[in-house]
Design a protein around this ligand. Sequence first.
Ligand code: ZN
Ligand code: ZN
Length: 857
Amino acid sequence: MISLQSLDMSESARNAIEGQQRYNPAEVEPKWQARWDADQSLYAAEGHDSGKPKFYCLEMLPYPSGQLHMGHVRNYAIGDALARFMWMRGYNVLHPMGWDAFGLPAENAALKNNTPPAEWTLANIASMKRQFRRLGMGFDWTAEVTTCLPDYYRWNQWFFLKMYDRGLAYRKKSKVNWCPECQTVLANEQVIDGRCWRHEDTIVEQRDLTQWFLRITKYADELLTGLDKLDGWPEKVRTMQRNWIGRSEGTLVDFAVDGAPETITVFTTRVDTIFGATSVQLAPEHPVAKSFAACDVALAAQVEEMLAQQKAAREAGDIGAIEKHGVDTGRFAINPFNGELVPIWVANYILADYGTGAIMSVPAHDERDFEFAGKYGLPVRRVIVPKAGTNADEQLPYTAEDDAVLADSGEWTGESCVDAQRKMAAFAAANGFGSATVTYRLKDWGVSRQRYWGTPIPMVYCTNGHAGTEAGGVVPLPESALPVVLPEQIEITQQGGSPLGRVADFVNTTCPVCGGPARRETDTMDTFVDSSWYFYRYTDAKNPVAPFDSAKANYWFPIDQYIGGVEHAILHLIYSRFWTKVMWDLGLIENDEPAARLFTQGMVVKDGAKMSKSKGNVVSPDLMIERYGADATRMYALFAAPPDRDLEWQEDGVAGISRFLSRVHRLTMKYSEIAAQRNQATGSRVDESACAQALLRRLHQTIAKITLDFSGRWHFNTCIAAVMELVNVIVANEAAMDSGEVPAAVVGDVFRNLVLMLAPFAPFLAAELWEAVGGEGAVFRIAWPVADEELTREAEVEIPVQMNGKLVTVIRVPAGSDEATIKAAALADAKVAARLEGKTVVKVIVVPGKLVNIVVR
Ligand SMILES: [Zn+2]
Ligand SMILES: [Zn+2]
């Protein structure tokens, strides 16, 4: 790896000697920025009929906080380098940008500064857009999407109505996650270790609220199986999604309550162990537990106690670690497989919202049940044993399924566990007391937020109520009533509840069905709705009559490369896959997955920690640009670490890149006239001087390396290091170039291609130098150089030749020679031939490129 220190020779001294001005990005970069800004078509995607292959290059859109941070710079530098490379490879590239513009910070800022959220947000967008331009990002601003504007969020409302029509949006009262800091409900995905995803120190509470949900669980299986196709996604992201969806196959079995009309349905993944069930355990909130408690004061108190324990455990962030308690209700359930009575318990570790909120407890074959039975002295009955001939493991609990068979299990005794699970589920179904089933960890997506700055939910509550509508007179608005526009002048307070509820003009409306008085829904949508489909809007951002034109989306989708942080592995990346599947069902698109390839870049850290205001280790991109220029800042973000790893920000490194760019500028300017002459090479390149050959070889090796890296792993750090090595070879041959030993054609070739290779990483300098070497048009629209494989080869390599393990001589062969060529060359060598006289060659061992060993007798 090339070291930055090796570049640290005084460029300014050399510039002084050569009478040139030091490269000044503060002058050059704004000059090009102004030229680029003046031409909106420069980075604009072309139509379907461009005749070029398409490439949709997308980085996740930022939240407009007002300031880009270094993590953004890194994310967008990766995407921009790729977009520029693909343009140069002749693709029709869509490289858009937008703003994930709804969200809580705007409301907090409104409180603090008394600025309306819309004003604050739009001002932030303007300032971040300035930063993007200053960084030279090649975005297609004609496709800009701003999610807080009605021309965008009306389509959130439109999708919501479509989902409501299809039963995919529904309202229910349920236990929800409540962040006291956000003063709003959170989706399950937004609760991380019991805390708010926005407020790491805030414990999420549980509340009972009536909320709107999107039925993502309907797509659970599709979301799961779809992952198998996504081989362009990081395996870790696919694994996280699989775990989040959490599919498990099992059986539902109804246990009748002895002496009562109720039934308890348990969910089990091991119905084959049911003859070993020694109790049934209920969640404290289970309706049967509640009904028992209603006529048992002591039990009622204990159930309350357990509910409190669950709440505390949830709030402490780890419900799985709850200390297990239970209470025997004194009642019995009937095991439908053998008619046996088993005691009914209520236990604090059974969750109402997982499975059916009831389990059968089989201590002999389940770790958790074994522990619980031990604590309360419940019987342990073994019904699974190792298959005959395998080693009997007498240790309990015995949880094996493979190579295990049933014992003491009636007619299923002797069956393998796997067969018994299938047969017993079928038996339960045939006899009307159960069925095979699949459950998921994934829950429906709660999208109601008690916040102002979000998309209004397009529903009203008619005070007359309506036959055929839900209780409460829920009436969807017709599409013609869209958009439901957020009122802009609104006082933001911390009173709690939905702020829109205090805006009478907004709340009071008429019912679209009966014309009577109605109230609007005052909750707004989770902002993850906005980012669930924004990338489709980019393909047709100004469409006034539809979310997008299907033909346009079908041309651009799937996204060829999506780039963003791994923190979105569950939230955004699962919601947007769900949204895509819904849109597919609506007939809007032809792809059922949004992104063919996903790349998750590492974080930018400083002094070993993630940059954050509270740690005081934030490095401002603006400051870096001011000191070193935009090219050096973004190129350093690509150079300092492989893009999938964390990057430790070191200002020395940026300074080093800045010196390197200065050197490239000095050299290119020095030879720019020769390069601009565009001399054609004459005759065979092999005839050229050793210096010329060395330059050409390194040039083509560098082209080959970067070209290869752009198609896969994107180790731009080693690409940039390769460009640095090329520049070192140029410096080493400066005298030869000056003396004319290197033909002008070669000098021109080297510098023009050097500039082209810099274009994806340092667009401003590349544009400046491209003009200097007589290049016409935008540098990133010039065809990417093609490596001449012949020229990449090292001319000759030296290979030692041994005879019976002893060195005889060293031969020179063309690099990359095959085994037969090397063997022939070794045997033909004069020294070897002399030693072979009178001997027999037993065999010749050739290690290509390394060694020849001739075994003789
Ligand atoms: Zn919060
Ligand atoms: Zn009505």
